[in-house]
Design a protein around this ligand. Structure first.
Ligand SMILES: [Zn+2]
Length: 430
């Protein structure tokens, strides 16, 4: 499989943040990483490879160097979640004795109409009552299972002019099996391998069943969740393939970026700072000194110039798919890139023979923030915001450039392998 086919396989195994972390952990295990638990005391070994998860939906992994006398961190962070709809606790709604619908609410800023008229299904996590206590189990109704039907044009003449969607009215999916209200939880119980009565609570989400495709003479790749699983995947490949150097390489995939990161498994938590402190403590190192020589790459996708709406892009900082890794700048620091952090990442790109392109929003448009700016409130290191250019961000089906997947892997691998010393504003490459 080429790298984009591998990415499609990765994303299709990852319909929710829980499944994304499971997919990442499986790959880390194959590559010889050992699991650490936050509740345990950590006995870390030089040259060791470890990972730790939180809430089953955030994961940090790191590779320690041979020489641990002066630690510093080369970190890449992405996010495991994507905009979707979450099923409410009492989710089953009967409609006129003819249909069963699911009561859902929005998670993050999705483009609502992209979720209509396509096969969807439900995946996530349930808490199961067992003989000994409670157990979290991942579930996936792995079949075309439900649909959010559009209104017909005859009943809704404004569909192409000024349609507004009300999530409580317009976005409730109909399940495909007629009027049996009990059947939905039975499907979930089957997937959890337990009885319906054993399921105490759920974290369940809709996901798009449409398969990923590579199209247009292998130029483009389309699938849901490219934001941000394209970066979660490519940074994982670069992280696991990079050879060990004199610093600590860190892979971060946080949850809940799409809803502000403010959870204990999000970037706005102590997950990363605690982990870095524990690494330093294990080798009697000063975490403050280690952070002073460290750099964080915040990897999240950016908007390519839209072929039908070129006016939406900045007049001079216009990025295009398949033309290189995007480095994002913002004067108000919604992107954390500064002149120094971008220059270090540009050096990695140059060494890897990867093109790069600067991105800014138009001055009259507010863009999205990234987890970089949130993370540095806890781990204050120079940070650079990068990503791949894509179309239709937060659609249920997004499009990116195939070459950019390769560019991300190569540039981040070089960043993980590159040796440099940061001494305030002075950087020395080794
Ligand atoms: Zn994102």
């Amino acid at each position: 499989m080429n790298i984009n086919e591998q990415m499609i396989a990765f994303i299709e195994k990852s319909p929710t943040a829980f499944h994304a972390v499971k997919t990442i952990v499986e790959e880390l295990e194959i590559k010889g990483f050992k699991e650490l638990k936050e509740k345990d005391t950590w006995n870390l070994e030089k040259n060791g490879k470890y990972y730790v998860t939180r809430n089953q939906s955030g994961v940090l992994a790191f590779v320690l160097p041979k020489n641990v006398d002066a630690l510093s961190f080369h970190m890449v962070a992405s996010h495991s979640d994507s905009p979707t709809f979450k099923l409410k606790p009492k989710t089953v709604m009967e409609q006129e004795g003819h249909y069963v619908k699911l009561n859902v609410e929005g998670y993050g800023g999705m483009i609502m109409n992209t979720w209509m008229d396509r096969p969807l299904s439900v995946a996530g996590r349930v808490i199961v009552k067992t003989d000994s206590g409670l157990e979290a189990r991942l579930v996936n109704i792995d079949k075309d299972f439900c649909m959010i039907p559009n209104m017909s044009i005859h009943q809704n003449r404004n569909a192409n002019s000024d349609m507004k969607y009300n999530p409580q009215v317009d976005m409730l999916p109909v399940v495909g099996y007629g009027k049996d209200e009990g059947k939905f939880m039975q499907e979930i119980a089957n997937s959890a391998n337990c009885e319906v009565e054993q399921i105490l609570s759920t974290d369940l989400y809709l996901y798009n069943r449409q398969k990923g495709v590579i199209w247009g003479d292998d130029n483009y790749v389309s699938i849901g969740h490219l934001d941000d699983l394209q970066c979660a995947f490519t940074s994982l490949v670069s992280f696991t393939e990079a050879s060990t150097k004199e610093h600590v390489n860190v892979y971060c995939c946080f949850d809940n970026e799409e809803v502000g990161s403010g959870t204990r498994q999000g970037a706005h938590s102590n997950f990363l700072s605690d982990t870095l402190s524990r690494i330093c403590k294990a080798f009697n190192q000063d975490v403050e000194a280690a952070l002073a020589g460290s750099l964080l790459v915040s990897a999240d996708n950016a908007h390519s110039v839209h072929p039908n709406h070129p006016e939406l892009a900045d007049p001079t900082n216009r990025v295009h798919m398949n033309e290189g890794v995007v480095i994002k700048y913002n004067a108000s620091q919604s992107y954390t890139t500064d002149a120094l952090s971008s220059a270090i990442f540009m050096e990695a790109c140059k060494r890897a023979d990867v093109p790069y392109q600067p991105f800014t929003n138009r001055s009259d448009t507010r863009g999205g923030a990234t987890l970089g700016m949130i993370s540095i409130t806890h781990v204050s290191v120079p940070t650079v915001d990068i990503g791949a250019a894509q179309w239709a961000m937060h659609s249920a089906y997004e499009t990116a450039g195939c070459k950019d997947t390769e560019y991300l892997v190569k540039s981040m691998k070089e960043f993980y392998e590159m040796e440099f010393v940061i001494d305030n504003m002075q950087v020395t490459f080794k």
